[in-house]
Write a protein that binds this ligand. Structure first.
Ligand code: AMP
Ligand code: MG
Length: 295
């Protein structure tokens, strides 16, 4: 083998699309085996070049989003939609991803919803009721900051409903998501994988910075006692709901700069793979040129 060939072979895994590198393989999931500090597929050197590499994705993200939006205008019935689901433990950076990665896209093209503990009205309905109401419309990119998965995560860990109820939800969610995909919604589920130690550091930082007190919630420390139970619940959700129609991606989230770049690139790749095009004119261009000139 020539040295060039050897090099090519060695470089192959990292030059694969990020969606392949971060796609959670089907089968048994062990979060302990997934490194939250890893940087798979990152094209730069590290933290210093991340802001530029991330910003460089902006123009393409913008064009693709606008094509998606244009398709929604032209054909609201059949136009595709995109749904990005963000899940992760507190401090994993769901907000940071929305600010730094999703923030590069025109806000008019984004349908953002943050799911909190259900309101009394939401509680009177099935757990998917509020999710359905928040789905992206034609041509939009829906962003879920937390999602239907809270109903098999916090709900399972905190025993908010019995096991006989939450254990059925994995299949219900799979069916729900398969239905969305069949109707033209491209689903990207991102689990922001932060480590126990990094979460501690980020919580401690919040207590050192008066501009971050508002982000600190004393209950988050109680949730740290339940970390193993949360990891088990995450593993179950990742394993049971990792479908072709709605795949899970696990994003290493201990390095904020990697996490933000990775979600932006994953979104760019997904949009780029949707075969979007600028809609053709639905009028006679020559006639309209003459009309404008004469007006
Ligand atoms: P934050 O995202 O930090 O504003 O917190 C939102 C809180 O709402 C988290 O503690 C979630 O666990 C909680 N939450 C979101 N969805 C549900 C749900 N379906 N049932 C119970 N709690 C939820
Ligand atoms: Mg919080």
């Amino acid at each position: 083998m020539t040295s060039a060939k050897k090099k090519a072979k060695k470089a192959a895994p990292d030059s694969a699309p990020l969606s392949e590198l971060l796609r959670l393989p089907l089968g048994k999931v062990s979060l302990a085996d997934l490194d939250p500090g890893a940087t798979p597929g990152y094209p730069g050197k590290g933290k210093d070049d991340a802001p530029k590499l991330t910003a460089d994705l902006g123009p393409q993200l913008s064009d693709l989003q606008e094509m998606l939006f244009a398709a929604g205008r032209t054909d609201p019935e059949t136009a595709p939609r995109v749904l990005v689901v963000l899940q992760g433990m507190d401090t994993s950076g769901k907000g940071g991803v929305i600010r730094h990665a999703i923030g590069m896209v025109d806000p008019q093209g984004i349908d953002l919803t943050s799911f909190k503990a259900p309101t009394p009205e939401e509680r009177r309905h099935n757990y998917l009721w509020r999710i359905r109401k928040a789905l992206p419309t034609a041509g939009k990119i829906g962003i879920f900051d937390r999602s239907q998965y809270e109903d098999v995560l916090v709900v399972r860990v905190e025993n908010l409903v019995g096991e006989e109820v939450w254990s059925k939800r994995y299949e219900e969610i799979n069916k729900f998501e398969a239905g969305l995909a069949a109707n033209g919604t491209r689903i990207i589920k991102c689990m922001l994988n932060v480590s126990f130690a990094e979460q501690k550091a980020r919580l401690a930082q919040r207590l050192e910075d008066p501009t971050k007190y508002w982000k600190y919630n004393p209950a988050d420390v109680d949730a740290r006692d339940k970390w193993p139970a949360y990891m088990k619940a995450y593993e179950a959700a990742l394993e049971k709901c990792n479908t072709e129609a709605a795949p899970w991606y696990v994003i290493p989230a201990d390095r904020k700069w990697y996490r933000n770049w990775a979600v932006a690139e994953l979104l760019r790749e997904t949009l780029a793979g949707m075969g979007l095009n600028w809609p053709p004119a639905e009028f006679d261009i020559a006639v309209e040129k003459r009309r404008v000139a004469a007006s």
